[in-house]
Design a protein around this ligand. Structure first.
Ligand SMILES: [Fe+2]
Length: 276
């Protein structure tokens, strides 16, 4: 068992099967598992799929019992996702991908915090102002960012960006998310295009991006890494769980995205090419 130290919590991962163990000091609400079979309809190449192979596990609602009241008051939930190593027909293992719903004012969709605890993540961020269009043929992607996040770093998913997490490292990818519970989560707008606008492949040992032809007029991709912003509670080396407990007000952007969009976008650092 390997301790997941970057989480700041007593969490452990079995190095053989990548199953997580939680200390009895923690409570958690539920567990979900996605196999290749359940990812059908989202994968780059669906010929002869290894249907029983594991893609990712999600452990929902992790907290110390004494923190439950604070999380409930703010309406936040802390989850851990583990994406298994390897590829499915050459495609890096990934989560389903989704868009968040609108805030009540319909000015922005909700943001989210993703903290990479172990491994290397590539987050596909695709902005669409009309992801919920009645006719799927009308849906357009307005901006496309591939953000690489290394172990110990945290990304804020900007409001209005659909997102998908991809494991581009050699081992398992373990990340936490802190999310606003009332935020609706829409999987349909990704599924109707058979995934995000790009698939992340490995060819001859190299990570390569492959366009999903079902999308039209996709803007030129941007490549990014991330930087800290203590004002929004994000300091690399300080686990998100601890940062939130220390200063819950810093995470106000989760439930009230208006007024934080530019600040969240400014935490992305752009590069000329995909960062590994
Ligand atoms: Fe999300």
């Amino acid at each position: 068992m390997l301790e997941l130290k970057n989480s700041g919590l007593p969490l452990y991962i079995d190095e053989k099967n990548h199953v997580m163990a939680l200390s009895a000091l923690l409570k958690y609400d539920g567990f979900g598992r996605k196999t290749v079979e359940k990812m059908q309809g989202l994968l780059a190449d669906e010929h002869d799929l290894p249907l029983d192979e594991l893609v990712y596990d999600v452990y929902r609602g992790i907290a110390y019992p004494e923190d439950e009241e604070l999380l409930k008051k703010d309406d936040y939930r802390y989850d851990i996702t583990i994406i298994m190593p390897g590829q499915v027909n050459g495609e890096c293992k990934k989560t389903s991908g989704h868009y968040h719903g609108w805030n009540p004012e319909k000015t922005n969709t909700y943001a989210e915090v993703y903290e990479v605890i172990k491994g290397t993540a590539l987050y596909i961020l695709q902005k669409s102002d009309n992801f919920d269009a009645e006719d799927p043929a009308d849906v357009r992607v307005d901006d496309l960012i591939f953000a690489t996040v290394h172990e110990g770093e945290t990304i804020l998913i900007p409001p209005n960006y659909g997102h998908c997490s991809v494991n581009i490292g050699d081992g398992p990818l373990v990340f936490s998310n802190l999310a606003y519970v009332p935020c609706p989560v829409h999987y349909g707008p990704v599924k109707q295009f058979h995934g995000m606008s790009f698939y992340v492949m490995v060819e001859n040992g190299e990570v390569k991006l492959k366009a999903n032809d079902r999308y039209v007029d996709v803007p030129k991709a941007k490549f990014a890494t991330v930087k800290e912003n203590p004002h929004l509670g994000i300091q690399f080396g300080l686990p998100v769980y601890e940062s939130y407990k220390k200063n819950p007000e810093a995470f106000e952007f989760l439930g009230k995205p208006d007024g934080f969009v530019d600040e969240i976008m400014s935490m992305l650092v752009y590069h000329d090419e995909l960062v590994k």
